[in-house]
Design a protein around this ligand. Sequence first.
Ligand code: URA
Length: 240
Amino acid sequence: MQLQDILYSQGFGTRRVCAGLIQKGHVTVMGELCTDAAADFEEVGLGFTAQGVAWPYQERAYLLLNKPAGTECSQKPSTWPSVYTLLPSPLRTRPQKASVQGVQCVGRLDQDTTGMLLMTDDGQFIHKMNSPRRHVPKVYEVTTKHPVDQKQIDRLLSGVVLDDDPKPVLAAACVATSELSLQLTLTEGKYHQVKRMLAAVGNRVEGLHRSRIGGMTLPADLLPGQWRWLSADDLALLQP
Ligand code: URA
């Protein structure tokens, strides 16, 4: 693929802008300066640097963000900064593929929820991970306002009715982890689901953290606000 097309595919601007970056000497490929915008490279496995940003070529972008509290998953947030501000801008400006422009959140977390947030420009992956039929388990660490008792746990496991939905929703697993905390596993993702489920059993969420999706746990070395690319092994773990 021509170098200008490689940069374009990774979100570094229009083909013209990318050609300009290359011709002005702002791009190195595998450590070597390249000023020929039409130079051909095998893109798979290619590493390049554009304007000082080191970039591994990725046909599709899959990443994991440790979402900090006080951030919104919307691209146009109403009150809090958007999680998109935590990512380098090429990830937001990758050219449209199917109906997806740039990376998108794979399901949303509330502004005060922390932890695992997947982002990608692969529309099929988003659909697969969000589909209730796939039953991808998502594990939440919940801090509660009131003590957790067995009756609440039994109700969360057997199903609670949320205001707008006559069909009960239930937790796939639920264990108390202390007097004021529990670990809840859900396989669907309705709006404010954990908060509404806890409210339905007479408790209240004081803190919410997503610690696991599918078979992947949030890596301890990925600090709040940090992101990293997902490897092929990570992707295999995420999808049951
Ligand atoms: N359930 C909620 O209530 N909030 C989240 O952010 C995620 C799940």
